[in-house]
Design a protein around this ligand. Structure first.
Ligand SMILES: [Zn+2]
Length: 98
């Protein structure tokens, strides 16, 4: 429960930092800090995540869904890998995300 609280605070900080902006495909290296659950020992650590998918990665971790790796694809299909073996494919609807 303490872990979830820490992640919830991290999520609020991230949402505030991003300012509710519309999601845009970010450039390579345009990252932001996200608090995530370590898939090895369950501790909380900070990782640099592609800015445009950082809220998704943060929300998954707040929900105790452990992510292991992610990339938005920078205009091409991206992916978020989860520790349980699943993966989320990141796609953009043509013309809706720039
Ligand atoms: Zn991006």
């Amino acid at each position: 429960m303490v872990m979830v609280s820490v992640l919830t605070i991290a999520f609020v900080k991230l949402a505030t930092a991003l300012g509710g902006r519309k999601s845009e495909v970010c450039e390579i290296g345009d990252t932001t800090t996200v608090a995530v659950i370590c898939s090895v020992d369950g501790t909380i650590r900070e990782e640099q995540i592609d800015r445009c998918i950082a809220p998704i990665v943060q929300a998954l971790n707040v929900a105790n869904i452990v992510t292991t790796e992610s990339c938005c694809g920078h205009g091409r299909p991206g992916v978020i890998f989860m520790a349980d073996g699943r993966e989320l494919e990141i796609k953009t609807r043509k013309g809706e995300v720039k």
